[in-house]
Design a protein around this ligand. Structure first.
Ligand code: C2E
Ligand code: SIN
Ligand code: SIN
Ligand code: FE
Length: 409
């Protein structure tokens, strides 16, 4: 008898050791995921793996609400497929009150480990919302609801695990203290990772905003070009995607391309804002905006400095070698420069400028086709027509709205 107990103890210890090892590995994985959406999915996925259960959801606290942000459910995914699941589980928000299990946990910081949610006592403070089951023809039974507490012990969200499974796939209750401890520990690591990813996301948004504002100030004092910078940046990412660039490269293009015309700060207004055609001298002056931009950005040290300098310097080079400032030919021009060249000209043509009126889509398409292999890399012209629908959407969504008290020229 004693021997048997000892054996059981050893097995339990081995199991625990394995789980703790897993937990450490998960912790490292979570800290290295910077993308918030991917991180949230990963947290639910790893939690479900750790205690073996059929489904799981994640809520993030935002002011007085819990935002429902992730839902995974193996049974329903098998039944309906991945795409349908994404559609079913639209984001929604719950008020944080003791009425719901997730609200209860968010409010009290307590773990709920419920063997069967259909058997919750009538006197209990929290109730189970059966909408999920009814809508999805699903039977929720065992449930483990754990708060995500950050390093200051504040609840930032809730993870809700549903239907623990034994080895044969039967639904069983979550295994008491062991499961609670594991998910709690994962929860605190997850909370810190979420806070970091949110901070990164906010910083990136603020950074992009700053780049847009400053680049726009340099671009022109003509408020008609207000959204030009954002559009060019977004077209460039769309083209990059079509060309199969990696996510990190797309991110570099998103942040670096807005600064392509930053060198225009060094061009006198008399030239930059001239209502009519430029003469030869003025043309020479304005072409300097590429070199000026390259010089300004060569002083930057951040992760985008190399590519932003490259774009500023090369976005007016032409594929056939007739561009400026260095008459580079073909693939001597960095890919980023070739991408922004097309994005920039497309937007210049389809909008009005202080020196020209807007062109029709048909005329713009005609020019871009004609310039394939001359001004533009044919590969990028192909990418442009392959992503034409998306490009037009970006154009429509980011139309210029001239400010009321702007000084028009
Ligand atoms: P932007 O206005 O952003 O134009 C970017 C590029 O779009 C131009 O580079 C050119 O390649 C193309 N583009 C713009 N309008 C037309 C057009 O009507 N037809 C054709 N085929 N292409 C067009 P580019 O020419 O090197 O000009 C660089 C910058 O110099 C322009 O940026 C603009 O700020 C200025 N600029 C160019 N031409 C004139 C002009 O006649 N008057 C004034 N005031 N500025 C000009
Ligand atoms: C990243 O996603 O790697 C951070 C972006 C940056 O380099 O600032
Ligand atoms: C690339 O396509 O990523 C490099 C080749 C080129 O410069 O076009
Ligand atoms: Fe330019």
């Amino acid at each position: 008898m004693k021997l048997l107990m000892k054996r059981k103890k050893i097995v339990e210890n081995e199991y625990l050791e394995k789980q703790v090892h897993k937990l450490n590995k998960i912790g490292i994985a979570l800290t290295s995921e910077q993308n918030l959406d991917k991180l949230l999915e990963m947290i639910v996925w790893e939690a479900r793996n750790l205690v073996n259960c059929d489904a799981g959801s994640l809520y993030i606290k935002k002011d007085d609400l819990l935002d429902f942000v992730v839902s995974q459910n193996d049974t329903m995914t098998k039944r309906l497929g991945e795409a349908k699941i994404k559609e079913l589980f639209k984001t929604f928000s719950l008020p944080i009150t003791k009425e719901s299990v997730s609200g209860y946990t968010a409010l009290t910081g307590e773990i709920l480990n419920i063997p069967d949610v259909y058997e919750i006592s009538k006197n209990s403070e929290y109730k189970i919302n059966l909408d999920y089951d009814r809508r999805n023809q699903y039977r929720s039974r065992s449930m483990l609801v754990v708060p995500l507490k950050d390093n200051e012990n504040k609840v930032i969200g809730v993870i809700q695990l549903i239907n623990a499974l034994d080895k044969a796939g039967n639904i069983i209750p979550f295994s008491g203290a062991m499961a609670e401890e594991l998910i709690c520990s994962l929860g605190s690591q997850a909370a810190v990772a979420i806070k970091n990813a949110q901070l990164t996301k906010d910083l990136k948004a603020a950074y992009l905003d700053t780049i847009y504002c400053l680049s726009e100030a340099a671009e022109s004092k003509d408020k008609d070009t207000g959204m030009h910078i954002q559009r060019v940046s977004n077209y460039s990412v769309a083209l990059g995607k079509k060309l199969g660039l990696a996510e990190r490269e797309l991110e570099l293009i998103l942040y670096a391309s807005p600064m392509h015309d930053i060198g225009k700060v060094g061009i006198p207004d008399a030239v930059l804002l001239k209502p009519g055609k430029l003469d030869v001298e003025e043309r020479k002056i304005i072409e300097q905006h590429t070199v000026i931009g390259g010089n300004i950005l060569s002083k930057a040290k951040g992760p985008f400095s190399k590519i932003s300098k490259e774009i500023a310097l090369t976005h007016h080079e032409k594929f056939d070698g007739t561009g400026y400032p260095n008459k580079l030919i073909g693939e001597e021009i960095p890919l980023s420069g070739r991408i922004v060249a097309l994005a920039d000209v497309f937007d210049a043509l389809i909008n009005k400028r202080c020196y020209k009126s807007a062109m029709s889509c048909d005329d713009v398409i005609e020019i871009i086709k004609k310039e394939s292999g001359k001004h533009f890399d044919p590969k990028i012209v192909t990418a442009f027509f392959d992503s034409y629908k998306e490009i037009i959407e970006i154009f429509e969504k980011n139309k210029d709205t001239p400010l009321e008290n702007s000084t028009k020229i």
